[in-house]
Design a protein around this ligand. Sequence first.
Ligand code: NAD
Length: 504
Amino acid sequence: MNTRITHWANGADYIGAADRWGHVTNPATGQVTGHVALASQADADVVINAAAAAAKSWGTTSLARRTQIVFAFRELLNARKEELAAIITAEHGKVLSDALGEVARGQEVVEFACGISHLLKGGHSESVSTGVDVHSKRDPLGPVAVISPFNFPAMVPMWFFPIAIAAGNTIVLKPSEKDPSAANWIAALWTEAGLPDGVFNVLHGDKVAVDALLHSDKIQAVSFVGSTPIAEYVYEQASKTGKRVQALGGAKNHMVVLPDADLDLAADAAVSAGYGSAGERCMAISALVAVGPVADDLVARIADRTLTLVTGDGAPADGVEADMGPLVTREHRDRVASFIASGEEQGAKLVVDGRNVKPRGATDGFWIGPTLFDNVGVEMDIYTEEIFGPVLSVVRVETYADAVELINANPYGNGTAIFTNDGGAARRFEADVQVGMIGVNVPVPVPVAYYSFGGWKRSLFGDTHAHGVEGVHFFTRGKVVTSRWIDPANRPAGGLELGFPRNV
Ligand code: NAD
């Protein structure tokens, strides 16, 4: 199989100039399975124009109709989610059950967006002054861009587009060029659900495509998710051209284990959160902060558990699923391997070495197994850098205060977790840490759709987090209308009044 993945505009495939193509690989086999179009500026113009042309009519379509289409999309997605999960696994590498989990978390936002009519309700105040009423409303922005990373090719776009579409905006989705097919599958599903042509469009490509979106005078807002340097660039460029922008960046998430914690629960959680999806999650735990005497026992329990994990093809021919799939590309695999080498060189204790992994039933492919470091120093590269692979670093500290200091000194502030049986300590942690999403005995605290997702510090550029009420606000602009209707039975005398209203 070697497919051509083209842009999607006006409800159909759009091949464009087709002069540059990127390789798409199955990370479990290393085989090239497709070629994705990399947009030129002219291609981007066509796709952006499709979204711009559809904006007025979609923005004025009745709420009832828009909601019906979002409901229809939800039903189709729910019925056919296995197809989408298989596409994700084939290009990203994560195991099928994890890909299905990704779709389920995205579907939550679609379900939230089904209630958009309630969320768009404005306020109304009668007789704020004599004969004067006020009401507020929220209008759609118009064409908006969603630029997404490789690690959640379905869920991350779904953090944004269900709400944006339900609120009356049109979309240009620029997915990662590493796993682009999910976007086209989703586009076709929208068409099947009855979405008018031009409301949901896909622009494939690299920096050229992103820059075209950032500099377009038609695009009104940009939702970006990816690494911190690109998030910062997107934020700066999009702000310069006057767009609304939310740019979610990288992370280094700490999990603190206090001496009173249930160590089996903590070890299970560390393994799930460190190695799930091969560590390619922005909410993965990468730094395990062992407080006081727990470290030896905790490290031993985690090391034991890594021995039971099976690394292998996320969609094996015999249907027996592995726990962990490969990394997304050869380059990324090599980068993670080089971090493991640097950890050893810089003096951390390598307890489990994932470079020796024997993947189940597979040979080629981009493999690193679960890796565990102990005695990691905060100056080491494996601590300071976002590795984005299955590498867990244990940092030993003396006290709770040391743990909080470590977290707050970190430039990122996406997620963090504390494991303890002490409610008071957990409550204090919640107040003490400068991080956007906090778990108490929950290692990956990704908020449900009706709360908002987003980090602090260099994990988010912009003010608005994704989905939930903040998402609705991001994709709409407020208006306040002040009206004065004269009661025909009680007509005021009239006359000129140049002074400011005196609120009577
Ligand atoms: P990335 O920054 O390389 O790519 C993200 C998007 O930006 C892609 O669509 C890509 O095509 C585009 N891009 C890449 N280089 C560009 C450039 N020079 N100019 C303009 N656009 C460019 O990120 P990735 O490797 O795909 O994803 C992994 C990163 O995303 C990690 O850092 C991870 O923490 C982060 N992430 C963050 C969150 C969050 O919610 N904060 C969620 C998921 C992933």
